[in-house]
Design a protein around this ligand. Structure first.
Ligand code: HEC
Ligand code: HEC
Length: 199
């Protein structure tokens, strides 16, 4: 009898709490998962970046840049529509959710010689602001991590700044990007693609 009552109580409790929590929490990242994947690695969708394990502040900044048009999200208008529908606190919530995930590297292919060339370019022009995801100071860095990002997306993003399709939020980054030659872009992409996370 006692056990029966316990089951009843449990059933009631489940009925009471499940619909509310499911309705409140799931839709926020269910839509994101369709493209970015349940592990936040963006595998399987061309041009979809890794967002798992990126510090929350950088994720929020990227979302707001997308909403206000500084990043035009050229290939995917739906990404912008989805994030534009979120309130500020919802943006903070999804950012925390993806920031809390383990970030693997996307294990992209790379050319060793070009990667070595790219490393020098990175150190000279980009390393002040862009730290690797496993760097202890990555959350406080000025820019979002580029190491281990998906290759196709990274090439698109660097080219977008280079050609002016994306607006650099900081003049210093605009200056550094414009000091590159077209061949340097490929070297940088190969360097960032050569990164492998610790696990
Ligand atoms: C239709 C597919 C799609 C959906 C849905 C989507 N995204 Fe994206 N997301 C993309 C693509 C593609 C990009 C690259 C955008 C670009 O610059 O064109 C991107 C970029 C991003 C970035 C920038 C990453 C970086 O490295 O700068 C963040 C953060 C992000 N998405 C988070 C989200 C969140 C959170 C949601 C859900 C609320 C979401 N996305 C929904 C496809 C999608
Ligand atoms: C003064 C700091 C600074 C320097 C130097 C800098 N960046 Fe950035 N970078 C940023 C910030 C801040 C963002 C995020 C805001 C934005 O979209 O402009 C960013 C964003 C990016 C993105 C978008 C990443 C993504 O996931 O969508 C790429 C690609 C990028 N930078 C490449 C570079 C490269 C390549 C260099 C060197 C040639 C460089 N940056 C130098 C600050 C910097």
């Amino acid at each position: 009898m006692c056990r029966y009552r316990a089951y009843l109580l449990l059933a009631c409790f489940t009925l009471l709490i499940t619909p509310a929590s499911v309705l409140a929490a799931q839709p926020l990242w269910e839509t994101c998962d369709e493209c970015h994947g349940t592990d936040g690695m963006g595998q399987g969708g061309a041009m979809v970046p890794v967002i798992a394990g990126i510090p929350a502040g950088h994720i929020e900044e990227a979302i707001f840049a997308c909403v206000d048009g500084a990043r035009r999200c050229v290939r995917e208008p739906r990404m912008r529509e989805t994030v534009a529908a979120l309130s500020e606190s919802e943006v903070a919530e999804v950012a925390e959710y993806y920031a809390g995930m383990v970030r693997g590297s996307s294990r992209e292919a790379f050319d060793t010689d070009l990667a070595a060339e790219g490393e020098l370019l990175h150190q000279r022009h980009c390393s002040r602001c862009h730290l690797a995801p496993d760097d202890a100071d990555v959350a406080d860095a000025v820019g979002i991590p580029l190491h281990g990002q998906r290759r196709e997306y990274l090439r698109f993003a660097i080219e977008a700044y280079f050609s002016g399709n994306r607006e650099s939020l900081l003049e210093e980054m605009a200056d550094q990007i414009s000091s590159l030659g077209p061949g340097d872009l490929g070297a940088l992409v190969n360097y960032y693609s050569s990164y492998r996370s610790a696990e």
